[in-house]
Design a protein around this ligand. Sequence first.
Ligand SMILES: NC(=O)c1ccc[n+]([C@@H]2O[C@H](COP(=O)([O-])OP(=O)(O)OC[C@H]3O[C@@H](n4cnc5c(N)ncnc54)[C@H](O)[C@@H]3O)[C@@H](O)[C@H]2O)c1
Length: 491
Amino acid sequence: MATAIKKAPAKAVAKKAVTTNVQKNSVKNGSNGIHKNGANGAANAAPKAAPKAVAGKIPAKKGTGSFSEVAGKYCVRDIKQAEEGRKLIEWAESRMPVLMHIREKYKKAQPFKGLRLAGSLHVTKETAVLVETFAALGADVSWSGCNPLSTNDPVAAALAKGGISIFAWYGNHEDFYWCIERTIDLKPHLTLDDGCDLINTVHEHYADFAKTQVIGGTEETTTGVHRLRSRAAAGKLFYPVFAVNDAETKWDFDNVYGTGQSTLDGILRATSVMLAGKTFVVAGHGHCGQGVAKRAKGMGSNIIITEIKATSAMKGILEGYRVMSMDDAAKEGDIFCTATGVKDIIRKQHFLSMKNGAIICNTGHYDAEINLAELASVAKNKRTIRPNCEEYTLKNGKKIFVLAEGRLVNLAAAEGHPSEVMDMSFANQLMCHISLAEAHKAGKKLPNQVIDIDPAQDEFIAETKLRTMGMKMDKLSKEQLRYINDYNAGT
Ligand SMILES: NC(=O)c1ccc[n+]([C@@H]2O[C@H](COP(=O)([O-])OP(=O)(O)OC[C@H]3O[C@@H](n4cnc5c(N)ncnc54)[C@H](O)[C@@H]3O)[C@@H](O)[C@H]2O)c1
């Protein structure tokens, strides 16, 4: 049933009506409500609201519904789903040979023995393989999700049953930071982030702890690395953090091919529309945008790129796409996907000029790219027409469909990236944490900076991946090496 969005002039009123409706629908769908602070809620801001843990006393969480919970150990949706989750993890393990190879290689050495690690990263089957690798190598691990809509509940149950301290469930809008706080209760030596929410919480609420007890950390995604670099530039980074996102074997593979495939997977699961013949607008032709555009083109869509960077726009032109402003693209698109990491890419003026039936989604890290509060202000009602697909009826009579509440559609409506590509990303995560642990054990203090990935690590990971795929490469001969370094060589 659609809920009327009345008294539209006041933004806040419209927003409230939408929230109520989503909560109603969430019960029906067994999915989720909206973030407590509204459509573009507090997950986009620094975690100012995070409650400070009181020693020995865990604050109550706000979420309703049933949970499987052991205080201080885990809180997941239903521990009875563990068996289903275990099978998913085994499936992922069989497709992550590099990570499994490194697990075997370091098993005897136990590089994390005596160390505690807290992680905040989408709880998928692939993440579970990483988490269990840390545990197999001696770490005491605690974990939370890094997005309210990206936890795979059976996988979370399997991790909890396997002894991991985990606080995560799908639809966790109210207790997002509560879960992060619970992972900090473990007093981690190492932090692992996807989007910087854990790093921010530790820095803003446990500054002394961050300065004195934490050895170092890692950051998985582009948006997180931006935040990290801003923090470092402001002189407010209290421990060294590796920019895992910027590794060649991460950024050029996970963001491009992983996001390309899984974003289309999410769009198709949420809509089942035909992509062939559609005009598909991709906002941001960076790593993720290039992947999405390539795959949508492969499915027969006509691509439009919107950009702010001339070289990224030019790359789109040479791929055969059209490039235009969002003001113009809004009138032409059938499907819109944002992939910029920047807020307010699709706004009121765009919703008003869109075609009837337009589908909008986001694959950037936060739910800030589509301004849903502005959409609500021009809508008269809204209903969930299928899981992860909300139909907004505008006051101008047109209908617009928003997928997965504007959160990253590939994780909220599908399963995230394929295991094969996460194999390389997570091998980077693991190798960086092994470096941090080894430096610590050798008594070395790394600078409190954002640390770039050693190209030798990229080479090791790519070579291992190729070997496990049965691929062979050529080797540079001595004569070729001499030739490329010979400044006198010519025609
Ligand atoms: N969905 C996923 O699983 C997934 C995976 C990896 C990264 N991400 C996230 O996706 C986002 C993009 O990451 P990336 O690695 O592609 O970054 P990137 O820097 O390679 O690309 C971003 C592009 O957006 C463009 N851009 C910036 N502002 C814009 C605007 N106002 N209009 C149009 N274009 C604009 C930039 O010029 C750039 O080309 C980040 O938030 C990142 O954290 C998501």
